[in-house]
Write a protein that binds this ligand. Structure first.
Ligand code: ADP
Ligand code: ZN
Ligand code: ZN
Length: 754
């Protein structure tokens, strides 16, 4: 439309609170076609009109601002809008939900390679201009002038659109001959983008879909119905080995058949190579894989393949939830209970929440899969927010492995101070003799150490909060990081009087040494933070173990997930206590999940399998229910405790973390913050109604990188009205305290309070 004036609302690509607003620019006539919602543009900014980049998030035809004060957009950066228009509402939602800057949310969607303006790889392709017109007669005529030119034409007559280098290699024609053909209008040379394809060398195996079990079939049918309707949120609770991955694959196929696209999230690509392989072999070139091991360029290329709708399935870690599909139909989240779905950087989004919102906004179906759903998710399923799908049986009716609980207190009584109980020792010996394999889980040494009695299993906990107290070596004290209570280190066990009470912790390295001494002939491979710091280390270790080069895989929680090794007949948990006693309200949940997951690695092959769990608290409900593979039993017990102590989902937590170099200043700021907040709360009816508790305490990790850490914890009633009120309050708070030298980080849904 001639003469029409269009203004673009632009978010400047600079992360600063003072710039977190929409700036209005005039769209020049010659850019009218190119500037769209979602375009990345370059604009003059500030008094000196320096050139900055930004993103168009709205277009308007009028403004109150006098036109002479509105500057014009300089240029459009890309051939297509980098932000899909339908994802703009998601950006707005994130800003509200996570209190991030608009640009922070945008940066979740566009890859860093785009912003770094990494060069697109391009190649020159040679095409015939008019293939229909090319007859042998013409070619002979050309051949009389130049044999090279004729050869080029013959080559192109067989196959059009060949890279220039290949044309030259095949015909040995000099560039001048090819240019001359171009000048005469016989051929044209075009630039075309190519993608760095990290999987290019992978063959497409093209596995046939499996014949589904009845449970799997019902699950897929239910999902298909929802896909046709275009909405539905599902929680698939299937025991380990029930074939959830096959359900994901076939549901994805249904979505593709409906011309829709699919996002598959896995907790961590490097830890789930088998799942990724299965998707790749089913969807071949139609799948893109996003993972942290990709170079900036590779990542950018994969992103562009997605943005240009050249793939229909994306498999990736949490950030893949932002894959810029236009026809999203299904988001699958495997092992949805995993904490790695929550971002540890700003914005601290949770991929499950983002996925739920995206599905609502874009008419897609959400599928959360897990053997051990998060308590809060299962609670939502009970309330009808998610529809439950259950798969209770393993494929082929293979039984879940029997789980033995070994009471380590008895071992002490018997004089066994080794990390292996008699039972686990004998079981390992047996496995080694039979030439089978074992997985041993040993938790990372608790950096927040708890204190427990080796004679009776008693753990020193806070009476107010039911949270394990944390041992601090420097003043030999025990602290509660939820309420600040301090207790002296007990000399004897308060429960049984034993003097074997002390803080707890075994490392993987030490365990490896001990096992080496007990079984000198065994080939042990260790998988932990130390042995996996190099690129591809995870895969190498898992591959070597899978090929049978080792007898025992010893590792931290990173070995618990998603692995399918048929030769593993024994899984041992060295000390369930380390995870059971984290200073965190979710420690029973974490313990239950970990034990269930790792136990699920056993008995996947023809030789069956067994699981042995060593603990000083054999009676603990998390261990008991895990041993019986009883998720529902565990949930029913845990939800009661959550209710009693008002933990999520019965409250909503807000954590304000304060970090700084001077301890007194950090403590003072934490207390000032709490006082300021408390005063506001007391002055407002809604805030006061919504409050459960507020306090300022030292964080369990009291010092990281020479920075002292304190937090203000606010627990409020979980209703939306209170959440909104508190979001507003925190906004005010951040504005009030802006410019302090300490770092303030707000987390609205903290998973961990460490
Ligand atoms: P989960 O993810 O629920 O732990 P998997 O998807 O890893 O279970 O499946 C366990 C094993 O069963 C895998 O080896 C898988 O290939 C196989 N499997 C899954 N579904 C079927 C089926 N319908 N028929 C035969 N084998 C199957
Ligand atoms: Zn005791
Ligand atoms: Zn406490």
């Amino acid at each position: 439309m001639k003469g029409e004036v269009v203004y673009a609302g632009v978010i400047i690509d600079q992360a600063h609170p003072s710039l977190d607003k929409v700036f209005l620019y005039l769209v020049p006539q010659d850019l009218m076609e190119k500037v769209q919602v979602g375009s990345r543009v370059q604009v003059p900014f500030g008094p000196s009109n320096r050139k900055v980049e930004g993103y168009v998030i709205m277009l308007e035809s009028e403004t109150d601002i006098p036109s002479e004060r509105v500057k014009a957009i300089n240029k459009v950066m890309d051939d297509y809008p980098v932000l899909p228009r339908h994802m703009i509402p998601l950006i707005e939602w994130m800003k509200d939900e996570y209190h991030c800057l608009t640009i922070d949310a945008i940066r979740c969607i566009v890859p860093p390679g785009l912003r770094a303006n990494i060069k697109k790889k391009a190649q020159k392709l040679v095409f015939l201009n008019d293939p229909g017109d090319l007859v042998e007669e013409h070619i002979s005529y050309i051949a009389s002038k130049s044999q090279y030119m004729a050869d080029v034409l013959r080559l192109l007559a067989q196959q059009d659109g060949i890279p220039l280098e290949e044309v030259r290699a095949a015909t040995r024609a000099p560039l001048s001959s090819i240019k001359s053909l171009e000048k005469r209008g016989w051929i044209r040379i075009e630039q075309q983008e190519v993608y760095r394809d990290p999987w290019a060398y992978e063959p497409d195996i093209g596995i046939q879909p499996k014949v589904l079990t009845q449970e799997q079939r019902q699950a897929v049918e239910e999902l298909e119905t929802a896909l046709i309707k275009g909405y539905g949120k599902f929680l698939l609770q299937g025991v380990t080995g029930s074939g959830k991955t096959e359900v994901y694959i076939q549901a994805a196929q249904k979505a593709l058949a409906l011309n829709k696209q699919v996002i598959v999230l896995v907790p961590e690509i490097s830890l789930t190579p088998q799942t990724v392989e299965r998707f790749k072999s089913h969807f071949g070139q139609r799948v893109a894989i996003l993972h942290s091991g990709l170079s900036l360029g590779e990542r950018y290329d994969e992103w562009r393949r997605i943005r240009n709708q050249q793939v229909d399935v994306v498999v990736g870690a949490r950030s893949a939830v932002f894959a810029p599909f236009e026809r999203l139909g299904l988001i699958i989240i495997d092992e949805a209970h995993e904490d790695s779905y929550k971002s540890d950087m700003q914005p601290k989004y949770h991929a499950v929440d983002v996925a739920r919102k995206r599905c609502e906004l874009e008419g897609a179906v959400l599928l959360l899969g897990s053997a051990t759903p998060a308590i809060t998710d299962y609670y939502l399923a009970q309330k009808g927010v998610y529809k439950k799908i259950e798969m209770k049986y393993r494929v082929d009716q293979k039984p879940l492995p029997p789980v033995e609980i070994v009471d380590m207190r008895k071992e002490i009584e018997l004089g066994n101070r080794s990390i292996l109980s008699g039972a686990l020792y004998r079981a390992l010996k047996d496995v080694l003799q039979k030439g089978q394999q074992a997985i041993l889980l040993i938790n990372r040494r608790g950096y927040a150490q708890f204190v427990s009695c080796r004679s009776c299993g008693f753990v020193v906990k806070c009476s107010n909060c039911d949270i394990s107290l944390t041992y601090h070596a420097y003043d030999n004290s025990l602290k509660c990081h939820y309420c600040g209570a301090i207790h002296p280190y007990p000399n004897v066990c308060p429960a049984c009087g034993s003097k074997y009470i002390k803080h707890f912790g075994i490392g993987t390295q030490k365990a490896e040494e001990e096992i080496g001494k007990l079984f000198p002939q065994a080939r042990v491979i260790r998988m932990d933070m130390d042995t996996t710091s190099t690129k591809g280390a995870h895969q190498r270790i898992l591959k070597a173990f899978g090929e049978g080069l080792y007898d025992i895989l010893l590792g931290t929680q990173m070995i618990a997930k998603g692995l399918d090794f048929p030769r593993v007949t024994l899984v041992g948990v060295i000390a369930a206590d380390t995870v059971l006693n984290l200073p965190d309200y979710r420690s029973p949940e974490k313990a239950f999940q970990l034990i269930t997951q790792v136990a699920g690695r056993a008995g996947r092959g023809p030789h069956g399998g067994r699981v042995i769990i060593q603990t000083y608290q054999p009676q603990h409900y998390a261990i008991q229910f895990a041993a019986r593979h009883d998720y529902i039993g565990f949930y029913s017990r845990e939800i009661e405790i959550r209710k009693q102590f008002m933990y999520p989902p019965f409250s909503h937590m807000i954590r304000i973390l304060i970090m700084g170099e001077k301890e007194e200043d950090v403590i003072k700021l934490a207390n000032d913050s709490k006082d300021w907040l408390k005063q506001r709360i007391d002055g407002s009816y809604v805030l006061k109604q919504g409050l459960d508790e507020i306090g300022a305490y030292s964080a369990p990790l009291e010092r990281i990188n020479n920075k002292y850490r304190w937090h203000v914890l606010i627990r409020i009633k979980p209703d939306d009205i209170y959440r909104q009120a508190y979001h507003g309050l925190v906004d005010e708070y951040l504005e009030w305290f802006i410019g302090v030298k300490e770092t303030i980080i707000v987390d609205f849904h903290p998973l961990s309070l460490l």
